[in-house]
Design a protein around this ligand. Structure first.
Ligand code: GDP
Length: 200
């Protein structure tokens, strides 16, 4: 299967409400995770370009749903990060409303990629998001980020805990990923490709 080092990618728009979501019906793959989990770094590494994450980090866009058209045939959808320290309840509610309306009412959505930090045992907020995703009934893949920051033995230990919490019950793909070394990029690309292909 094709794993280009650089993927044709184009920022299309940021959406604050479902009215702003694209309407062309191309298959979508969404990425979600706690803020600072390494989402921007993963987007960069996956696409092989820096431009994508720059958009995601633009002030005012971090709480929006950002759509990138990939290879002119599917959308990579960057969902706003969660778990910022000390955000007001109104911001949390806005996150939930926007993300829930996207996840539950989006026929084009084929796969959600949940990012968790490889260095930590399962965290309560990530488990809540897992439960939300489970209720949506969507296909889910789990990516443990920053794998280069752990020794192989620590990674193996965390992997056991993380897979038990996030992927084993339903045999979901679980990929350890490093934006620094590129570990997991090929595997993640293959999972995405499978879901995009099944949709077209
Ligand atoms: P985001 O808030 O989820 O978009 O997270 P970022 O991509 O901005 O990453 C947060 C911090 O973690 C930054 O300092 C990154 O350089 C670092 N980081 C992200 N991914 C990796 C990784 O795979 N390996 C290492 N060593 N650091 C990473």
């Amino acid at each position: 299967m094709k794993q280009p080092s650089q993927v044709q990618a184009e920022f299309v728009k940021s959406a604050a409400t479902p009215n702003d979501f694209p309407r062309d019906g191309l298959p979508e793959v969404a990425i979600v995770g706690r803020s600072n989990v390494g989402k921007s770094s993963l987007l960069n590494r996956l696409a092989g370009i820096k431009r994508l994450a720059a958009v995601s980090k633009t002030p005012g866009r971090t709480q929006l749903v950002n759509f990138f058209k990939m290879e002119k045939r599917w959308y990579l959808v960057d969902l706003p990060g969660y778990g910022f320290a000390k955000v007001p309840d109104s911001v949390k509610r806005r996150w939930e409303t926007l993300v829930t309306s996207y996840l539950f009412e989006r026929p084009a959505l084929r796969l959600v990629i949940l990012l968790v930090d490889a260095r930590h045992a399962p965290m309560a907020l990530d488990l809540e998001v897992r439960d939300l995703l489970e209720r949506s009934g969507l296909a889910l893949a789990v990516v443990a980020t920053k794998s280069d920051k752990l020794s192989r033995s620590a990674l193996a230990r965390n992997r056991r805990e993380l897979t038990a919490a996030f992927s084993e019950p339903l045999n979901r793909p679980f990929i350890t990923f490093s934006a620094v070394t590129g570990e997991g990029r090929k595997e993640l690309w293959n999972v995405i490709e499978t879901h995009v292909r099944a949709a077209t």
